[in-house]
Design a protein around this ligand. Structure first.
Ligand code: GDP
Ligand code: MG
Length: 163
């Protein structure tokens, strides 16, 4: 069985865009409306010359109507709990939000190895964007732009080093 990497984060941070970039598919539903991806979605990332791994794109953890107790949230949690590695995806443009804080709190409870992925850093200062999440105390943070395929090689090598 392939190792499993779960993409977790609040709606609209770019999880599905990252999923597509990693799996080079258009399977995941990417949409401008927050919370569009409702179901868990699996794909395979095949890095050149490296071991493939499975990726799961989760729906918004806490959509406006759902809250942390909703069905989508439960699915996302289940995905995180079965993953070998969690990519906690955040929006580098908007910075840390209350919803990110909540997600981090339950991620800690799952005790899965977690890498912080600061997305949407195209055209902004990546280091500053990462700094906004420093209080989360996640030592391993990578700045990427999923939409522009920036930082993905570094992300891949960090991921592969942990599987
Ligand atoms: P999800 O809800 O977390 O799955 O987010 P989506 O992947 O659906 O993306 C939400 C919105 O953010 C879409 O409009 C994407 O085009 C946009 N987006 C995703 N990644 C990036 C990025 O790296 N840079 C910028 N500027 N926009 C992005
Ligand atoms: Mg999505």
């Amino acid at each position: 069985m392939l190792p499993l990497v779960a993409l977790v984060g609040r709606p609209n941070v770019g999880k599905s865009t990252l999923f597509n970039a990693l799996t080079r598919s258009r399977d995941a539903l990417v949409h401008d409306e927050p919370g569009v991806t409702r179901d868990r979605h699996y794909g395979v990332c095949r890095p050149e010359g490296q071991r493939p791994f499975a990726v799961v794109d989760t729906g918004g953890i806490a959509g406006e109507d759902e809250g942390l107790a909703g069905a989508t949230a439960r699915q996302a949690r289940a995905a995180a709990e079965e993953a070998d590695l969690v990519l906690f995806v955040v929006d580098g443009r908007e910075g840390a939000s209350a919803l990110d804080d909540e997600i981090l709190a339950w991620l800690r409870k799952t005790a899965r190895p977690t890498l912080l992925v600061v997305n949407k850093t195209d055209g902004i200062d990546a280091r500053e964007a990462i700094n906004d999440f420093a209080r989360y105390g996640i030592r391993d943070a990578i700045a990427v732009s999923s939409a522009h395929r920036q930082g993905l090689d570094e992300l891949l090598s960090e991921v592969l080093g942990r599987l």
